[in-house]
Design a protein around this ligand. Structure first.
Ligand SMILES: NC(=O)c1ccc[n+]([C@@H]2O[C@H](COP(=O)([O-])OP(=O)(O)OC[C@H]3O[C@@H](n4cnc5c(N)ncnc54)[C@H](O)[C@@H]3O)[C@@H](O)[C@H]2O)c1
Length: 422
């Protein structure tokens, strides 16, 4: 079993740390956020992620997982140092490597000889070399090992990945990284660093393309009177197409797909290729926020001025508390710009965000509302008391941007219902 330092205790870092310790390794996880580390030391997990708290506690109790403030404090005995820090979008659309470089600068002087530094953050082609340069160590190898976990099922995805991708020009370092995943069954692809880095962006860009394709298709279905649910069901049985990720909704969001699609456009531009297909994916996604807001406006009778809109769902998807680049927040701000009075509820969002102060329950936001907009696919929403909702609303009208609710059941209760592409 190995000694692993994980730098960054966010969605990826904390999951990586907890899962590696679960696999039997000795893990020290570092963050610059002192409050977050203090919480983690007490066994409190600051993010909503199924199964994560149990693994953190297991690691703490078994003595295989520790938390420290500052990357330099995690690295002195590390055989492997995983970089799991943010790579936000810079002003020009490119990924900003400032956090990666800062982390590498901190661990460079203290890493033991023969350590392997692993980029798990999503980083553009060439970043392995950047980290090598910043570390300034001939005796330390840098390897790319991008992460593909989905928020909401991060622990499951880490321990049951579709594939493990390792990018290294040093075969023995690649084998050492692969051996950390002992107990995990998945195909392992060992390639060069630029290919590993590109696999991550290409995968996210392709997923984004699927979302925009199905949202554009939903617009066609709306226009021609087809039901997109049946259309994608019929498409999905073609094994070349498949059923996954072909669900219309309010657009893609979160901390990864938007920034990674824009970053790939930038990477391609810089290399002399104009990735117009991907630009189209981004444009369709922007349009989708406006299309959902327009559906709410139409439902309200053509104007949102002074209209009370109840919103269910603020996170970028269900089973997470992450609101970064959430389509729901974009739509809420479009509604507010047009004069709507938005009252919102989300089971995982408690504090004020995006100009709204979320309520504590889904019913109170419906009180006096003229339209209800369902923006996140929390399963709980399907099982609420819709007789009560209808009684509370001034006019029982729903825009279901996730095609989540039971349309016939709502219509029986007197609701007017509009979904996406159906
Ligand atoms: N969130 C996802 O679903 C996901 C999935 C796959 C890949 N990724 C990629 O993984 C990377 C991390 O994403 P995330 O969602 O975990 O980010 P995050 O913002 O949740 O967590 C990053 C953490 O790193 C800490 N940090 C920053 N600089 C540090 C330093 N010098 N030393 C120690 N800690 C430091 C921050 O305080 C923060 O807690 C990004 O590149 C992202 O694109 C994310």
């Amino acid at each position: 079993m190995a000694e692993i330092a994980v730098i960054g205790a966010g969605y990826v870092g904390l999951t990586t740390a907890a899962c590696f310790s679960h696999l039997g390794h000795d893990v020290i996880c570092a963050d610059i956020d002192e409050a977050r580390i203090a919480q983690l030391v007490r066994g409190e997990v600051p993010i909503v992620e199924a199964g994560l708290e149990a693994l953190v506690r297991e690691g703490l109790e078994g003595g295989r997982l520790r938390f420290v403030v500052g990357a330099a404090n995690a690295a002195p005995s590390a055989e492997f140092a995983y970089l799991c820090v943010p790579t936000p979008q810079g002003d020009d659309g490119a990924a900003d490597l400032a956090y990666i470089e800062a982390a590498a600068r901190e661990i460079g002087p203290v890493l033991p000889s023969e350590a392997v530094v692993v980029n798990k953050s999503t980083v553009p082609v060439g970043s392995t070399r950047v980290v090598e340069r910043v570390l300034g160590r001939d005796d330390v190898v840098v390897v790319s090992n991008p992460e593909f976990l989905r928020e909401g099922s991060a622990v499951h995805d880490f321990l049951n990945p579709d594939r493990i991708v390792i990018g290294s020009d040093d075969q023995s370092a690649a084998v050492r990284v692969a051996s950390l995943y002992i107990g995990v069954t998945a195909p392992i692809i060992v390639t060069d660093p630029p290919s590993a880095e590109t696999i991550k962006y290409a995968s996210n860009a392709f997923l984004a393309a699927k979302v925009s394709f199905v949202n554009a298709l939903a617009a066609v279905c709306d226009a021609v009177g087809a039901d997109v649910k049946d259309v994608v069901l019929g498409m999905g049985y073609d094994t070349r197409i498949g059923h996954e990720f072909l669900k219309p909704g309010p657009g893609f969001g979160g901390s990864c797909l938007p920034k990674d699609t824009r970053a790939l456009v930038h990477i391609a531009d810089s290399a002399g290729y104009s990735f117009d297909l991907l630009r189209g994916v981004i444009t369709v996604n922007e349009d989708q926020f406006h299309r959902v807001a327009a559906k709410v406006r139409e439902m309200a009778g053509g104007s949102l001025e002074g209209v009370r809109v109840a919103v269910w769902g603020l996170t970028f998807k269900a089973r997470t508390d992450d609101t970064r680049e959430s389509p729901a927040l974009r739509i809420v701000s479009l509604l507010a710009e047009q004069g709507a009075e938005v009252q919102a509820y989300d089971p995982a969002v408690k504090g004020p965000i995006g100009g709204v102060v979320p309520a504590n329950d889904p019913y109170s936001v419906c009180d006096g509302a003229q339209v209800l907009a369902v923006l996140t696919e929390w399963d709980d929403f399907r099982w609420l008391d819709f007789d009560k909702v209808a009684g509370l609303m001034e006019t029982p009208r729903v825009v279901d941007a996730r095609n989540l609710l039971d349309r016939p059941a709502l219509e029986r209760r007197g609701f007017r219902y509009v979904g996406i592409g159906r």
